[in-house]
Design a protein around this ligand. Structure first.
Ligand code: ZN
Length: 376
């Protein structure tokens, strides 16, 4: 009972980010940089093992961010700074959210979408060589990818509307899921912060304006998000699948991040054909469990019990209380304990230090031990 996991990313060591800057300036070769990446992944795995977490990841050490990495792997997408895509309407929304547009780049569709190379299967293959523990694979979810990548000006030549890209985009992700099954990943997690942003639509409206989407009612996107996920996982079996919903993970003032519970997206969430929902719940911004009391989810729940944005390390007792509160609504034998989100969704914006991230994972493990002795 009460298995523990990570959600994905862990802060990169400084020597890795320094190495990447050197590589970008031409002062370090590709092969040397690859060695830096390999060593950072081994370190992330060993440090996760030291915390006792049951299911590990490669810490996303090789990715620029949870979203942008697709452009690093396949040429159908190209990283474009959002500053280059800005228009008046988008600028207005960005200002309302105090969004630091300058640090954001999006993987924009710049050609027909084809999975010409593995997205993350090689990451998992490498990580599995260094651990006996199950290795999970966070990959970008189809809705979050599409809303960030289909830009009317840059992608319209290949896909006239976002709908036109549904088939190719979900097929590419499905191919990746099959490859991950082949490599022995324990769990494939589709990251969908764009669903979490349905709580107040500010971030969504910014993206729609930025990318020139013509949507009459933003609520239409609720149906689109579930449809895309279900298209992606259709026909997949023999590997555990999940969807991660959160409200973003910028190093921004929390006051400017989306606030609100799962109420207005509950129909679509319950419609997802996956084994596990990985939900933010440690932060107060995520709302209450009440909605799942009236509308129960029968699968596994990846319960966010660690607040990744608060540098204060939780005590195991606090984490135990969070799980006990949640188990009034979710069946205890379906609860997987994990942090709310990754600890460093993007290389340039880790939300806490490496030391704090691993201390939080240790507190989570200790809490699981207490819970098992109480209830198992
Ligand atoms: Zn997240």
């Amino acid at each position: 009972m009460f298995p523990t996991s990570v959600v994905g990313s862990l802060p990169r060591p400084e020597w890795l980010t320094d190495g990447i800057s050197k590589f970008e300036k031409g002062e370090l070769g590709r092969e040397e940089l690859e060695r830096y990446y390999d060593e950072a992944v081994v370190l992330a795995i060993k440090q996760q093992e030291m915390t006792g977490v049951d299911q590990v990841s490669d810490g996303e050490q090789r990715r620029f961010s949870f979203l942008a990495f697709v452009a690093e792997r396949i040429p159908s997408f190209r990283m474009i700074p959002t500053a280059d895509l800005m228009n008046e309407e988008a600028a207005r929304y960005a200002q309302q959210m105090n969004l630091h547009v300058g640090i954001i780049s999006n993987p924009v569709i710049v050609g027909p979408i084809r999975r010409t190379a593995p997205l993350v299967a090689e990451e998992v293959k490498f990580a599995r060589r260094y651990t006996q523990k199950p290795v999970m694979a966070p990959i970008i979810g189809p809705f979050t990818l599409l809303i960030n990548s289909w830009n009317s000006e840059r992608s319209g030549r290949y896909y006239k509307t976002p709908e036109d890209a549904f088939k190719d985009l979900t097929a590419a992700l499905r191919e990746e899921i099959f490859a991950l099954k082949e490599t022995g990943a324990s769990f494939v997690q589709l990251d969908e912060p764009a669903i979490g942003n349905f709580v107040d639509f500010r971030y969504t409206k910014w993206l729609l304006a930025l990318n020139g989407w013509k949507i009459k009612d933003v609520k239409e996107l609720h149906r689109v998000s579930a449809e895309l996920i279900n298209m992606t996982v259709k026909g997949v079996s023999g590997i555990k699948l999940g969807v991660h919903v959160c409200r973003g993970n910028w190093k921004a003032d929390e006051a400017h991040l989306s606030h609100g519970g799962y109420e207005n997206m509950i129909d679509e969430i319950l419609d997802l054909k996956v084994d596990r929902l990985v939900l933010e719940y440690a932060t107060k911004r995520a709302g209450s469990y009440a909605v799942f009391k009236e509308r129960p989810w029968h699968g596994e729940i990846g319960l966010g019990v660690i607040d990744v944005k608060n540098p204060k390390v939780e005590t195991p007792a606090e984490v135990v209380r969070r799980v006990e509160e949640a188990s009034k609504v979710f069946a205890p034998d379906k609860i997987v304990m994990n942090p709310d989100c990754g600890f460093a969704s993007g290389r340039p914006w880790p939300v806490v230090t490496r030391q704090i991230a691993y201390a939080k994972l240790s507190a989570q493990t200790e809490a699981a031990r207490i819970l098992r002795s109480k209830y198992a």
